[in-house]
Design a protein around this ligand. Sequence first.
Ligand SMILES: Cc1cc2nc3c(=O)[nH]c(=O)nc-3n(C[C@H](O)[C@H](O)[C@H](O)COP(=O)(O)OP(=O)(O)OC[C@H]3O[C@@H](n4cnc5c(N)ncnc54)[C@H](O)[C@@H]3O)c2cc1C
Length: 374
Amino acid sequence: MPIRVQLDESRDVCEEVIDKLVKIGLQRYGLSPKYGGVQIGSAVEYVAVCEELARGDSGLATEMTCPEWLFGPAMRARNKAVLEKLMVPFCSDQRHTACFALTEPAGGCNGEDPTQHGMTMRTTARLDGNEWVINGSKRWPGGAGIADVYGILCTTDPSLGVDGVALIYVPNGLPGLTFGKPENKMGMRFSDVNADVYLDSVRVPKEYRLAGPGEDWKLFRAALSWGRLSSAGFAIGNAQAVLEIVIDYTANRFYKGKAVREHTLQAAMIADMAIGIESARAYYLSVASMFDRGNEFGDPGDHYLMGKASGAKVYACDVAEMVCNRAMELMGAYGYSKEYHVEKYLRDFKIIQLWEGGGQLGRLEAAMGYYPIT
Ligand SMILES: Cc1cc2nc3c(=O)[nH]c(=O)nc-3n(C[C@H](O)[C@H](O)[C@H](O)COP(=O)(O)OP(=O)(O)OC[C@H]3O[C@@H](n4cnc5c(N)ncnc54)[C@H](O)[C@@H]3O)c2cc1C
């Protein structure tokens, strides 16, 4: 926490902290114990960990949880080749970076939107003997250029719809795999490294495809649903940090002889921030507990739980936005200054609201939890 703003100034600082997080086992968190990973106790526990990490820095939270996000589908599919050859190094005490590349230059929401059935995906994979040959490009994924393993969402044939969708694991260093320059962003400037990924006839073994026609899509949707649920935790981690800063600051700033936070007007604003945070947290935890009871609520990738996870993310992000804006009003110029860190959280939380479908696709999926939309 004391160096949270320096994380925004250099990758070296981020790597120092990441190395320590790796040492305490976070890189292994969520990976199968059979391969040296650390079992997640429950979805409730997992999202609480996401919130707490993001209370410090969302980029670090992203990097630390990306191995589980990337290899989660392979663990569910029991893809031995991917787990044994590509996941095992992530179960060590050495820093490894994962990258899950869904977004394409033509749009991030296209691949995620279930009503497009994977038909608008432009990155393709063609089977040639015992190898997939991948062509296309991805935009924005976290870890691009520095990651050791890439999950590439692509299609074997767009006309096949969801049966054509393939998730293929690609180790770094293969001929034809190149990257653009790191993007210059508003927040998470060094703790989440984003760049273009170019694939020019990249060849990987056949068994690095996740599971097969239809199955890859289902497992991808489940991973997306987990991603949205954890994003709700990330957003509330940011909001919680801001609330703590505001409560401290307004105790020591006075007008008319009384601390700012003791005036009724400001106390009501702080109360609304706290109520928003606690209700958004209760919402995402209740969805997480549904993830933990698959027999009752189904698969996280099905419309019902996808709707709930998307709704929890949309709501948590709206709350984080309200909390950051109110914090600035309560703190005046000091909220806007780098010294008090509120501006960092405002910049960081914003992309959580935008990624993985943004508020619009998130709302659409929340509605689809109740009725079909084509
Ligand atoms: C810091 C950062 C980290 C990122 N990390 C990753 C990552 O790890 N992996 C990855 O693959 N990508 C990542 N992204 C990309 C991010 O997920 C996309 O930017 C996001 O999904 C939105 O896609 P887009 O920017 O292409 O917007 P578009 O898809 O072009 O959307 C533009 C607008 O149209 C709306 N819209 C578009 N299509 C639909 C639809 N079908 N239904 C409803 N509304 C729609 C959107 O909500 C938005 O309002 C990251 C981006 C950043 C900046």
